[in-house]
Unconditional design. Sequence first.
Length: 291
Amino acid sequence: MKIIVQYSGGKDSQASLIRAVKLYGSKNITAVFADTNWEHEVTYKHLKTTTTDLGVELVVLKSKKYNGLIDLSLKKKRFPSTKARFCTQELKVKPFIDYILDEVKDHVIVIQGIRADESVARSRMNQQCRLFKFYTEPFGTDRKGKKKYHTYRKKEVLNFISNYADDIIRPVFKWSGQRVIDYIIENDQKPNPLYKEGFKRVGCFPCVMSNLSSVKQLVNRYPERIQEIRSYEKMTKSSFFPPDKIPKYARTNGIYPTIIDVKNYVDGKSSTIDLFETDKTSCMSFYSLCE
């Protein structure tokens, strides 16, 4: 049996990794990171130092089709959004499924850093379940009332689950964000340094779901990233953030905001941030690859 921890470099997956090492031993665990090519260098370094410190193998996955978020957005001619989160699907979920089907080919326990109080959707999840649950159980219905299932490599997935176990364990499911941080420190590690800089989210830099407080930190600390995003907006002819990110009056064209509009809006806002407040726009992925 393979024990795989989905590791993003965020606090929840880090605490879950430490917990897994305590339960199963470092030599029995593989930490898997799905790279979007849109992470901060601090996160890449954090992934390597923490896994090395724990004596855990780190496997980095990449999309076979897209060279990261910008390549994906250019080919889609738009950035992902709250209603079209194809970034998670294409850059994280599919590479992880490919890894399980093509490389693992064995019974698996997948350990995920999902916490119930992150969002309403996540609170409805279970502390333990199956990785490929929604290939055999519907996760919703379409407009016509037809049941919806996951379909990527469906035939191979169904063959996999007929031969192997695909269990999920979420060890920090009932924990608070503060308890997660305390647990990391108690075990002689440090959380991703980006948290100390005021960023609530450390997966993707920035994530299209980032709240305005995190955008404020981006503007103050990494202004060059703002200009970089603006250049990509021009190339895709698309806004990085969704239309309702800032009030209509603050959008130059009155329809959707450019990253410069968002920058100008947050420039006058308070930089105070509660890192562990409930995030109403939390990125939702059953496969837990964003946190």
